[in-house]
Ligand binder design. Structure first.
Ligand code: ES4
Ligand code: ZN
Length: 326
């Protein structure tokens, strides 16, 4: 198995990370106090002990409740900068974070507040630690397609400051086909597309995301293994999967890390990457996810190098900006 220090120093990219999911309990309390908002927990420890999830929806309920403390541009800045500081320590050289604007515009926190805080932190992260980034605007799939269309319109003044649209939140019952028109609009604007698919939802949602939304990566995608034809397609097309091991075990997608299929998918020749999803809620940042996979399933130095390389080559970087990290 590869040793921890080698894993830490290996240049890695993070391609599946929700900024709202990096809100540590300590920061949640600090922002609640700063903004004069009550929290339904007495202490950081009480909050952390509520992080026991039976499924995706259990988690999402707490995640949206937590995100409500984010009110000002400075809140979004502090959140994003704290994440980047952690990346710098873990050998993460490039990030492609999601944010969920609808979570905030629904509370009258404007698109401008969100973009200004996040973009200022991403610029400072590049300056301080050399971390490059591409931001992804993600639509909430439990809301209507019309709401997503309005959100895309609201984001147009920042069109040059995000590279792709994504699709997240409650997967079951909210198939990719529900968002075909807004993804068409986004691609017509020159944006790339990604989508969560095959996390809790069926393998068919992965095929829909590819065929109807024309995504260039699948977020999660681990349920592809239910469909051998789809598995072969993902191998043939070399579609990147942004797998999130600690997320999958915390949300009971796999009962235990020893049951996770990530190394099987990698060994079958799929373009697999390791990511942290919502590290403040799932018990670990990017390096912790690599270590958890290594400890449960084994990871040779060659496999670790392949995974880290996949993360960079599956990113939205190209040309010199990619080569500078390789
Ligand atoms: C998410 Cl783990 C996960 N799945 C779907 N949507 C999400 N939003 C934040 N984390
Ligand atoms: Zn996710």
């Amino acid at each position: 198995n590869i040793d921890t220090e080698l894993l830490r120093t290996l240049p890695k990219a993070e391609l599946h990370l929700h900024l709202e999911g990096t809100l540590e309990p300590e920061l949640m309390f600090a922002l609640a106090q700063r903004n004069g908002m009550p929290l339904p927990y007495d202490s950081v420890d009480a909050l952390r002990s509520a992080y026991e999830f039976g499924n995706l929806q259990d988690f999402l309920n707490l995640y949206y409740q937590g995100a409500a403390v984010l009110q000002t541009e400075q809140d979004f800045y502090d959140l994003t900068l704290a994440y980047l500081e952690r990346c710098a320590r873990d050998g993460v050289v490039h990030v492609e974070p999601f944010f969920d604007p609808q979570t905030h515009t629904a509370r009258a926190v404007t698109m401008a507040t969100q973009f200004r805080g996040i973009l200022r932190a991403l610029a400072d992260g590049k300056e301080r630690w050399g971390i490059t980034s591409c931001l992804i605007l993600s639509f909430l799939r439990h809301l209507s397609e019309e709401d997503a269309v309005v959100t895309l319109q609201q984001a147009l003044p920042w069109r040059e400051h995000f590279v792709a649209v994504g699709l997240d939140s409650s997967e079951k019952g909210n198939p990719p086909e529900k968002f075909q028109r807004v993804f068409d609009q986004a691609r017509a604007l020159g944006l790339k597309a990604v989508a969560h698919a095959g996390e809790e939802g069926p393998a068919d949602y992965i095929a829909q995301a590819l065929d109807l939304l024309k995504v260039v990566r699948i977020d999660h995608g681990v349920r592809c293994s239910d469909d051998p034809v789809l598995v072969q397609r993902l191998i043939d097309q070399q579609t990147p999967l942004t797998v999130c091991p600690l997320s999958n075990t915390r949300l009971k997608v796999f009962s235990d890390m020893s049951e996770h299929n990530i190394m099987q998918l990698l060994e079958r020749g799929m373009r697999v990457t390791i990511n942290s999803d919502d590290p403040a809620y799932f018990g670990g940042y990017l390096l912790d996810n690599y270590l958890a996979v290594r400890d449960a399933l084994g990871m040779t130095r060659e496999q670790a190098v392949q995974l880290a390389r996949n993360s960079l080559t599956s990113s939205f970087l190209d040309g010199d900006s990619l080569n500078n990290h390789l």
